[in-house]
Design a protein around this ligand. Structure first.
Ligand code: CP
Length: 312
């Protein structure tokens, strides 16, 4: 695998073999004896046009842990974007200042791909609207492998706003590359998985033995899943903000609901959570979301080291 200088915009930019190799590299980078020298003098531009806690902070800490530094912005409202500077020109400017890599989050689908066309240096998509969030998916896959010992053959329920949640879109695309996964999509009808992804699942059933189903009640599936992947209602992407309140009251996981869960089952969530996981779940052995977010630091360190050519 050679990831040096490559963009990472979509999970479809990576083969299954490449994904597995990235995940295999995580312990090597995490425990590297000369970690602080791996990306010494490299500079990453973090271009965040949308709010973020985990993705931005973990990329920043990852770069620091590798000996590099970061620049860019975390709030487009204090940049010349407010003077109507285009995304293309914003990226061109950062390219000209000698950054070695760009990490971009933007509210519009396709923005990261456009940024990659404008930039000479590699671009990592840190989330483009409701479309894709590939680094979240890599840390999700890493977390699945850590907790289940495998990815092939897992049963996973994805719950919540499957229409607008980019993490579940990326994760579905990735799991279709593995063998015999059982995907269960649980959402209100208005927030169901986009049809193009359902069509991809249908095609994959013949190829990789994936099976999938759609449902509307978490309780119907808790006893059969290995991973319960909760997501929040993406209020900022709904036309009617009041609809978010209606959907929120439907999907709420509480500790008492986990009584029939398999012993190794883990509750994951890309975070932030709002009301969909009650706090009493945190102290159960099933809660994995904070560890999952922490894994993001190690996975992003590995990605930066690979793309910046510090390791092969
Ligand atoms: N999971 C995730 O992308 O979190 P942030 O929005 O806080 O970066």
């Amino acid at each position: 695998m050679d990831l040096e200088s490559r963009d990472l915009i979509s999970m479809n930019d990576l083969s299954r073999e490449e994904i597995d190799e990235i995940l295999d590299k995580v312990p090597e980078v995490r425990n590297h004896p000369h970690k602080r020298l791996l990306c010494k003098d490299k500079v990453a531009a973090l271009l965040f046009f949308e709010p973020s806690t985990r993705t931005r902070t973990s990329f920043e800490v990852a770069m620091r842990n590798l000996g590099g530094i970061v620049g860019g912005f975390y709030d487009a409202n204090i940049t010349s974007v407010v003077k109507e500077e285009s995304l293309w020109d914003t990226v061109k400017m950062h390219d000209g200042y000698g950054f070695h890599i760009m990490v971009i989050r933007h509210p519009l689908k396709g923005a990261a791909r456009l940024a990659a066309e404008a930039a000479q240096v590699p671009v990592i998509n840190a989330g483009d609207g409701p479309n894709q969030h590939p680094t979240q998916t890599l840390l999700d896959l890493y977390s699945i492998r850590e907790t289940q010992g495998k990815i092939d053959g897992i049963t996973i329920a994805m719950v919540g706003d499957l229409a607008n949640g980019r993490t579940v879109h990326s994760l579905t695309e990735a799991l279709l590359k593995y063998e015999s996964c059982n995907l269960i999509f649980i959402s209100p009808r208005d927030l169901s998985m986009p049809r193009f992804l359902i069509d991809k699942c249908k095609k994959a059933t013949a190829g990789t033995g994936v099976s999938f189903s759609e449902g509307s009640r978490i309780e119907d599936y808790i006893s059969e899943v290995d991973i319960l992947y909760m997501t929040r209602i993406q209020k900022e992407r709904l036309k009617e903000r009041t609809a978010a309140e209606k959907f929120r009251s439907i999907y709420r996981l509480e500790a008492a609901m986990l009584k029939d869960a398999k012993p190794h089952m883990k509750v994951m969530h890309p975070l932030p959570r709002v009301t969909e996981i009650a706090q009493d779940v945190d102290s159960t052995p099933y809660a994995y979301y904070f560890q999952q977010a922490r894994n993001g630091l190690f996975v992003r360190e590995t990605l930066l080291a690979l793309i910046l050519g510090a390791i092969k």
